[in-house]
Design a protein around this ligand. Structure first.
Ligand SMILES: [Zn+2]
Length: 239
């Protein structure tokens, strides 16, 4: 059995692939949302991908159906093998125990999210190491994403914009009239174009401090495709 990825539009579907003596391909989505494929021996990769692409919207519906029974943000166990997201990509967690505190780190290594820590059983400690890592990554990406979008709002807002981020319960972002923008730290887990959507949405609030028709018109002028991106964002944070 091998782990594969199917690129479907702007999304990636992870699946496991095995071969068996059978006539047709079997695709299954289990209640955890994991996708498994069993293909007839001898099927080429092109054939498998083609069939999967035809079923991609079904796979997505199945997964949404199962995941709708789970809490909105599935509780993490912080164990090796568990999925964690960063900029829209899924990484498996790998916990490695080390002797000294100076050898502790969180790093992406060969497609895995590796956490070296003294006590791999200490979930609170792992959670906090991961939180710090996400926070550092937010510092790296959020500001530069905002900077790259300022040009769009310049004709409508002249003031200074100050950015920060933290865990927000109900919003992706908040923008105050004084130009202070707060982003939800959770956004570091979604693809960059989704973060960009939230930033542009918030920037448009500097011109229209509501969700009026004029607000949506401005947003659509800057980002014609925003509806798809918003849908994708919501789908992402459900996982
Ligand atoms: Zn809004």
């Amino acid at each position: 059995m091998v782990n594969k990825q199917l690129v479907y539009g702007t999304q990636v579907i992870d699946y496991s692939l095995a071969y068996a003596e059978r006539k047709t391909m079997r695709i299954r989505v289990d209640p955890e949302g994991d996708v498994s494929v069993v293909a007839p021996i001898g099927s080429t990769e092109e054939i498998i991908e083609e069939r999967l692409l035809k079923k991609a919207s079904w796979i997505r519906r199945q997964r949404d159906f199962f995941l709708s029974f789970q809490p909105r943000r599935s509780a993490r166990k912080y164990v090796s093998g568990e999925s964690h997201f960063y900029l829209g990509k899924r990484y498996r967690l790998r916990l490695v125990s080390v002797d000294a505190v100076e050898n502790e780190f969180v790093k992406l290594i060969a497609g895995q999210l590796v956490i070296q820590t003294q006590d791999v059983e200490n979930k609170e400690q792992i959670k906090s190491l991961l939180y710090d890592w996400y926070n550092d990554k937010a510092a790296l990406h959020f500001s530069s994403l905002l900077d790259s979008q300022l040009v769009f709002i310049k004709p409508y807002y002249e003031g200074e914009i100050k950015l920060d981020w933290k865990q927000l319960e109900k919003h992706w972002g908040i923008c105050r009239k004084n130009g202070r923008m707060t982003l939800n730290l959770e956004l570091i887990k979604v693809p960059k174009h989704c973060i960009r959507y939230v930033i542009i949405h918030e920037l448009c609030h500097l011109k229209y401090f509501n969700h009026s028709h004029k607000f949506w018109t401005l947003l659509t002028r800057i980002l014609p495709n925003w509806k798809n991106t918003k849908e994708e964002l919501e789908y992402f944070l459900d996982r």
